[in-house]
Design a protein around this ligand. Structure first.
Ligand SMILES: *Cc1c(COP(=O)(O)O)cnc(C)c1O
Length: 404
């Protein structure tokens, strides 16, 4: 027996996990899970304390909207609580098909497939459409689910500098003779900086170099474009993006993800996307809530909510700037407050929480080492006074810590 193995006699084989955990805790970069009591609201009780919630992706307040609640409850009464099987066996209920048709109409595309989450939509689609002979050209700040899907596909992955169209073209030129398929993939809105992808220029490249174009609109669904139709609509790239992913878990207020594209793409994913084939479909209540959400989005009330979201974003950004905060990259309701050092970012978040504002710190592996930050997200349902108060508290605690 080797020496190290001898030392481990009598220890759990998972001792190294406990050691790593202890190290993270000692560094101050192992925050506890915050627990929300009651509803997901702009002001809510978290860990027993009432705080202004700047942490949620519930952009339009739909998680607690009465139309969605009613739809979900009716679906439970009518259909029960579970789908009972994966989509390809007996788990396709009419309500799933109706939802897919409704989303396809909303996005003005031929067809749509709904997944259990945005994560599985990305991972399942990239790995189904691309294979080991293919090339994936990916923005360096793309979401983890895109990265995992790319890895699962076994394709060659080349990463271009964030939003850098010239760097993307450099990769395309270097691989001009690539014999397999090529995919350019980008988040529509980047989740950590709140900036928007240069989609029209990327579409130009995709057309010039004969690539598939794919965009992940998780943070843009319900936020950008007419009635929240996403970045393709916002940047007028209709017909130029073959694969559009969206989430049902953020602005839509429920849970799930979807892929929009041609009828053939969707029919192919029905046969090959592994989360679709091997994981049970949405409970009917979730599908019903999503249907109600899209009906609402496409109504005057939806339009009003999206407008309010942007008005609140403008107010909050203005108030933060007045107080010395800078967040140049952000173009959306996602506001990153850069700190740098992870332990300091976690301390900032903790002190803010004690002062009545919840804005989580994000550090490695969500963002690169040394780029830790707080991330504040505004919603349509925040009241002006809440945003002003939050800005005051952010400035006060930020000053104490020398962040602003
Ligand atoms: C949140 C997010 C996802 C995952 O969506 P879920 O529905 O929460 O699984 C995918 N891509 C991006 C860019 C995201 O921000």
């Amino acid at each position: 027996m080797s020496e190290t193995a001898t030392q481990r006699v009598g220890q759990s084989p998972l001792q190294y996990v406990s050691d790593q955990l202890a190290e993270l805790r000692a560094k101050g970069t192992a925050p506890k899970l915050r627990v929300v009591e009651g509803e997901q609201k702009p002001v809510c009780v978290i860990d027993g304390r009432e705080v202004i919630n700047l942490a949620s992706n519930n952009y339009l307040g739909l998680t607690t909207h009465k139309a969605l609640r009613k739809a979900a409850i009716e679906a439970v009464r009518k259909y029960g609580v579970g789908a009972g099987a994966v989509r390809t066996i007996a788990g396709t209920m009419k309500i799933h098909m109706d939802l897919e048709e409704q989303i396809a109409r909303f996005k003005n595309v031929e067809a749509c497939v709904v997944f259990q989450s945005g994560f599985t939509a990305n991972a399942g689609t990239v790995s189904a459409v691309l294979g080991k002979e293919d090339l994936i050209i990916s923005d360096e700040l793309n979401h983890a689910s895109i990265i995992d899907g790319a890895r699962l596909s076994k394709a060659t992955i080349k990463v271009f500098k964030h939003k850098d169209v010239a760097d993307c073209e450099r990769i395309l030129q270097e691989n001009a003779n690539w014999s397999g398929h090529k995919l350019i993939i980008t988040d529509g809105v980047f989740s950590m900086d709140g900036d928007i992808a240069p989609l029209p220029a990327l579409c130009d490249l995709a057309e010039k170099y004969n690539c598939i174009m794919m965009v992940d609109d998780a943070h843009s669904s319900g936020v950008l474009g007419r009635n929240g139709r996403g970045t393709v609509d916002h940047l007028d790239c209709h017909g130029r993006v073959q694969i559009q992913v969206g989430t049902l878990s953020k602005a839509i207020g429920a849970m799930g993800g979807y892929v929009c594209g041609s009828r053939d793409l969707i029919d192919f994913l029905y046969l090959r996307a592994r989360p679709f084939l091997f994981s049970t479909s949405h409970p009917p209540a979730t599908a019903a809530a999503c249907q109600a959400a899209f009906t609402l989005l496409d109504s005057p009330e939806g339009e009003r909510l999206v407008k309010k979201l942007w008005a609140n974003t403008k107010v909050f950004k203005r108030e933060l700037k007045k107080r010395g905060f800078q967040f140049k990259a952000s173009e959306t309701p996602i506001i990153p407050i850069h700190v740098g050092d992870a332990a300091k970012a976690f301390e900032f978040s903790r002190k803010l929480f004690e002062a009545g504002v919840y804005a989580p710190a994000v550090g490695y592996p969500t963002v690169a080492e040394g780029k830790a930050r707080l991330r504040a997200i505004v919603s349509a349902t925040h009241k002006r006074e809440q945003l002003l108060k939050a800005a005051d508290i952010l400035a006060e605690v930020g000053k104490q810590l020398g962040v602003v």
